[in-house]
Write a protein that binds this ligand. Structure first.
Ligand code: SAH
Length: 210
């Protein structure tokens, strides 16, 4: 199948770009990215580019998905993962192959519904989609091994680091609307250590729900 070949080319390119986590690479080799975009764009779905998914939103570039997952995993076995900004659900599907259980939050109801449908059609039963504002996510009990925010923020929403388990890792693009740095926050007890990585461009993290 053509999509099979282009998917393998995408994996080879990710290796060339420096992605070395084999668990992430095999997850991305297994998820049919072309099913997460409109049919008219399917032939371009394995290119290293973001593509429109409607409602002014995009499916993230494969490199950025791979890099975020690699930084979030850091060679660990992940039990519970939270994603904020499900969009079409692609990254959530990749995370579903890396972690035991994934919760993903999307503020636009129509996108959440479509993501839910696509994820169910590929049998990603360990991924749960919620329609809400992910910045408001709170929990007294559940703590996540990793949190990936897939939208750019001016600053780290203060309650998100609190949702991390011990040694949990939060990945979030932080910066201006047209340029951010992929930022890692690692929890060590009550300490939160911050490190900046790749320069990226994400659609903005917004408040409220549609
Ligand atoms: N994870 C997607 C990328 C989605 S783009 C992928 O796999 O390609 C980012 C998404 O974040 C958009 O769909 C946008 O609607 C959503 N978003 C922005 N702010 C949000 C918020 N506060 N809570 C939840 N979703 C949000």
């Amino acid at each position: 199948m053509a999509s099979e070949r282009t998917r393998l080319r995408m994996i080879a390119r990710l290796r060339e770009q420096g992605i070395s986590d084999e668990v992430v690479l095999s997850a991305m080799a297994a998820v049919p990215r072309h099913l997460f975009v409109d049919e008219a764009l399917a032939s371009r779905s394995y290119e290293d580019t973001a593509l429109p998914i409607g409602f002014g939103q995009t499916i993230s570039q494969p490199y950025v998905v791979a890099r975020s997952c690699e930084l979030a995993r850091a060679g660990r076995t992940l039990s519970l993962v939270l994603e904020i900004g499900a969009g079409c659900g692609y990254q959530a599907a990749v995370l579903g192959r890396i972690a035991k259980e994934v919760y993903t939050i999307e503020r636009i109801g129509a996108l959440a519904a479509k993501a839910r449908q696509t994820l169910s059609s590929i049998g990603a039963n360990n991924v749960k989609v919620r329609n809400a504002d992910g910045q408001e996510a709170t929990s007294n009990v559940v703590q996540f091994d990793a949190i990936i925010v897939a939208a750019g923020a001016a600053a780290i929403p203060p309650n998100l680091p609190q949702l991390l388990a011990e040694q949990g890792r939060l990945i979030i693009p932080v910066g201006t609307t047209d340029r951010q740095r992929l930022t890692l926050v690692t929890r060590s007890g009550d300490q939160f250590v911050q490190q900046a990585y790749d320069e990226v461009v994400f659609v903005p993290l917004k408040s409220g729900q549609e």
